[in-house]
Write a protein that binds this ligand. Structure first.
Ligand code: URA
Length: 425
């Protein structure tokens, strides 16, 4: 076999065999195929796509490029979101499912670009450790049912190498490549039940609902093909999920949801995904599982799981009772309405980029992240505000000049002018 024949076949949309795909992935991972040939193949895939059979072969070849986890803790579940702005559902869903008797074992990464990373968010809790041995991971799972560790270098090395190359060659936005990349890692983590939250909208990889549905269907097929209990949901990321964006700010909001203080879209999405996990794990039909999830929040059982997990992973569990113990920004700035307006839409990607400018995210892989930086939104689409009302508060410790970030934040808001004079008091 040789790389040129394989590139030419994909260029002409001729289906590759399982052996050819496996040879390509293995040879690239071992350094026998250079980046320029793999880039050419990835671009051919980006332009011509892959068949379902080829996507399945690619997923398995990438999964088998490294270790496959075999946790000894009984039935396990995993939840994956394709990424979005303000998405902190993992810190809500994991504890809910665990409190209902389903072990949620999550392996997560750091953030790059406008979406935040689960590990960065957790590390905003003083002392929280995400680099655990498999034995420690299993021990916490047995004690609380919920634990999160950072991505191991030994899992899916092929994906790591190919994803870096895709980022540098404009080949990220390909449905089969995204499906194979995500599913190879999920299959390597090897949980029994898998819930996939495929986002669409301005802050997501998939800009349209139709593309998100295609990706969701493909990933669900791969999961089921690998004999996992698997369900993919398609959810809206056109505006940020919840009111807080940024590392410590998102942990605070997730805790407030588990304290029963926040309802709305973030709560509803979390309950829906938690119910999916419980249903896959055989805890009842979707209606019954939704009820279980709601009761777990209302009774404080889910918050108790999070408190114990934080303690066992080295963090300060008192944050679960007092979110002001999370790191606080040194500087803040209020963005106010310059006219009476009705909020039509809040562009997630722009809000994510504003949060990144404030220090909450990374433009390059080794950039330092400010745990305190981010945005608290005071508005949602559909709200009407008067001149001078607060729209958002921007927070940062690293950045004291908020002018660029404030302009960008204002540009993220689509509105129409209205007349809403407040009565004089
Ligand atoms: N997340 C991944 O892990 N891989 C992709 O290709 C896109 C998003």
């Amino acid at each position: 076999m040789n790389a040129i024949d394989i590139i030419n076949k994909t260029k002409k949309s001729i289906q590759l065999t399982d052996d050819e795909i496996r040879w390509l992935v293995d040879s690239y991972t071992d350094g026998e195929i250079p980046d320029y040939q793999m880039s050419a193949w990835l671009m051919a895939v980006r332009l011509n796509g892959l068949t379902e059979q080829e996507t399945l072969s690619l997923t398995y070849a990438m999964r088998d490029s490294g270790d496959i986890m075999r946790l000894n803790v009984g039935l396990t579940a995993d939840k994956h979101s394709t990424g979005g702005v303000g998405d902190k559902t993992s810190f809500i869903i994991g504890p809910i499912a665990a409190s209902c008797g389903v072990c949620v074992a999550k392996m997560s990464g750091r953030g790059l670009g406008h979406t935040g990373g689960t590990i960065d968010k957790l590390e905003s809790i003083n002392g929280f450790r995400t680099q655990l041995s498999v034995e420690e991971f299993e021990d916490i799972l047995r004690k609380t049912g919920f634990a999160i560790i950072s991505q191991s270098e030994d899992l899916c090395p092929a994906d790591k190498k190919m994803y870096d190359l895709r980022n540098a060659t404009g080949t990220v936005d390909s449905i089969p490549l995204i499906a194979a990349s995500i599913m190879s890692k999920k299959l390597a983590v090897n949980a029994d039940c898998l819930v996939l939250d495929v986002k669409y909208g301005s802050g997501a990889f998939m800009k349209t609902k139709k593309d998100a549905e295609k990706l969701a269907a493909l990933m669900e097929k791969i999961g089921k093909g690998a004999e996992k209990r698997c369900k993919a949901e398609v959810t809206d990321m056109d505006s940020p999920l919840g009111m807080n964006i940024g590392n410590a700010l998102e942990i605070a909001e997730a805790i407030e949801v588990l304290q029963g203080k926040c309802k709305g879209r973030l709560y509803d999405t979390s309950i829906e995904l938690a119910a999916d996990i419980l249903e896959l794990a055989g805890k009842g039909d979707n209606q019954q599982c939704r009820k279980l999830a709601e009761e777990s929040v209302a009774s404080g059982k889910a918050l108790d799981v999070l408190r114990r997990t934080i303690m066992l992973q080295g963090g300060d569990p008192a944050v679960c009772d007092d979110v002001s113990l999370l790191p606080q920004a040194r500087c803040s700035y209020e963005v106010r309405a310059m006219q009476d307006m009705k909020i039509l839409r809040i562009d997630s990607e722009e809000i994510g980029m504003t949060s990144l400018l404030l220090g909450a995210g990374r433009l390059k892989k080794d950039d330092h992240v400010d745990a305190t930086a981010g945005i608290v939104m005071h508005i949602q689409p559909g709200d009407t505000v008067s001149t001078g009302d607060k729209l958002m508060t921007l927070y940062s410790t690293l950045c004291s000049d908020f002018s660029d970030a404030a302009v960008r934040a204002l540009n993220a808001i689509d509105f129409e002018s209205v007349n809403c004079h407040k009565p004089l008091t």
